[in-house]
Structure formats: structure tokens, C-alpha cells
Design a protein around this ligand. Structure first.
Ligand SMILES: [Zn+2]
Length: 238
């Protein structure tokens, strides 16, 4: 199966927080989307890897993605080395996405910046024919995604471009809050965390409103790029 967009996140819920309104809009437009989580989020203060796995599956269903894989790298200790790059390359070559969305280049959680660079490096290396990979018993062909964009998550990174996601924020919030253990379902002995606060929950909507305000629409999500974004026609811009 070939897909149009692969969204990669260090932890289950990164993709939902960073770019799920954009994904929901693209899926609504008929695009095929997959999600790749690099870790199971087992170091999270709340919930367990098993709970988060179920929540991630629910969120994937809400969004309507074609698949969701987890590479089970070590949460908190993601490394950008040959072995981890090869694991991501195998997924890129299997699904041949035109566009890859990945973590913010700089963020609060140290895994995010690491995953950002790792994903970007894997996209480049995946296009080199002499890097041989075998996945599910098959020799894979080289494939380089045309575009790599970084979504924005915790820090207020200045976007290079924004996507009008008016009409898709509700879907995003539904997917984000499918992670009940992370955002609102509190076990008796579990402490508050930066993302369990009402402030954080409201900030998801606020950021979408704020970016939307700046482009004259209701809601938007922002991305950064590594090189210029090109358009066919100046009229493509909204
Ligand atoms: Zn994360």
C-alpha cells in the first residue's frame, strides 16, 4: 500500500497534538495517511505503555488513518544512530509517502528534537539505493519523500507556513483526548503533569485560533520547513 502522508511522532499523542487537524483534513480530501510512533511512551508520568497503546489505536480510528505502527524505541532515550534510522527507512520504503510530517525541531521534551532530526535524516537516506533494507522478507527499493515538514507541539515555534484547518479542530480534539490517561482520566495516585492542566488543554484550541486569526480563518496548524516551499502558481496561496 502506498500512502500520501506519513506522520511520525516520538510518542503516541505527538502526532495528534502537532498535526492531526491537518491529517483529518487531508483524509477528508481522500488522501491516504499513516502514523509511525517511535516509542510507546512508557516513561510518561501517567498511564502505562499498554493503556497508551489502546488510546493510540482509538485516536487512529477517530482520524481514519490507514495504519499505525510503533517501533518501540526506548522512551526518553531515542538516539539518532544507524540502527534507528534503518528502522524508519524500512517503514518509509514500505509505504512510499510523498510527504512526511515529524516532530518540532526544538521542543520541551528531549525526544522531540532528536526524533525530528532522526526522521528527517531517515527520509534523506531512504532515497539512497546502496542502503539495502529487507522488510517482511522483501528487498526494498529506495524511496525519498518529496517533502519533510515539522509540526509544532509544545514550544511556540514560529511557523514557516500554516494550513487552514477550519472545520477539523473538533476532530483533532477528539483524537487528542482519546488519550484519556494523559489528559483527563486521573488515577488516585497519579500526579498532575504539564499536559494535564486546563491551561494546556485550552492552549490546543487557542493556538489553532491564533494561527487561524493570523491568516484570516477560524483555525490553523503551523509547520516549519528545512528548505523553501515551492508553489506552481502564486495563485495557489490562499
Ligand atoms: Zn512527545
Amino acid at each position: 500500500m502506498k500512502i500520501d502522508i506519513l506522520a511520525i511522532g516520538a510518542h503516541p499523542d505527538d502526532v495528534e497534538l502537532g498535526c492531526s487537524a491537518t491529517l483529518a483534513k487531508e483524509i477528508n480530501n481522500g488522501k491516504k495517511v499513516g502514523i509511525l510512533d517511535l516509542t510507546r511512551g512508557e516513561l510518561g508520568t501517567r498511564g502505562t505503555a499498554e493503556i497508551r497503546e489502546k488510546e493510540a489505536a482509538n485516536a487512529a480510528e477517530i482520524l481514519g488513518v490507514k495504519f499505525r505502527h510503533n517501533l518501540e524505541f526506548s522512551d526518553g532515550f531515542i538516539v539518532n544512530n544507524e540502527a534507528s534510522k534503518l528502522e524508519i527507512i524500512k517503514i518509509i520504503r514500505k509505504y512510499r509517502p510523498e510527504t512526511v510530517l515529524c516532530n518540532a525541531i526544538d521542543d520541551r521534551h528531549i525526544d522531540h528534537g532528536m526524533a525530528s532530526q532522526l526522521s528527517s535524516d531517515a527520509c534523506f537516506l531512504s532515497g539512497l539505493q546502496k542502503i539495502e533494507t529487507i522488510f517482511e522478507g522483501n528487498n526494498q527499493k529506495a524511496w525519498r519523500p518529496k517533502h519533510v515538514y515539522h509540526y509544532i507541539q509544545w514550544k511556540n515555534v514560529e511557523p514557516d507556513f500554516v494550513v487552514d484547518v477550519t472545520g477539523f479542530l473538533d476532530k483533532k480534539l477528539e483524537a487528542v483526548f482519546a488519550y484519556e490517561s494523559q489528559f483527563h482520566k486521573k488515577e488516585a495516585d497519579e500526579p498532575e503533569t504539564p499536559i494535564t492542566s486546563t491551561n494546556f488543554r485550552d492552549s490546543i484550541t487557542y493556538r489553532a485560533q491564533d494561527l487561524g486569526r493570523l491568516i484570516g480563518t477560524e483555525h490553523a496548524e503551523g509547520f516549519t520547513v528545512e528548505r523553501f516551499v515551492a508553489v506552481d502558481s502564486i495563485s495557489d496561496l490562499i
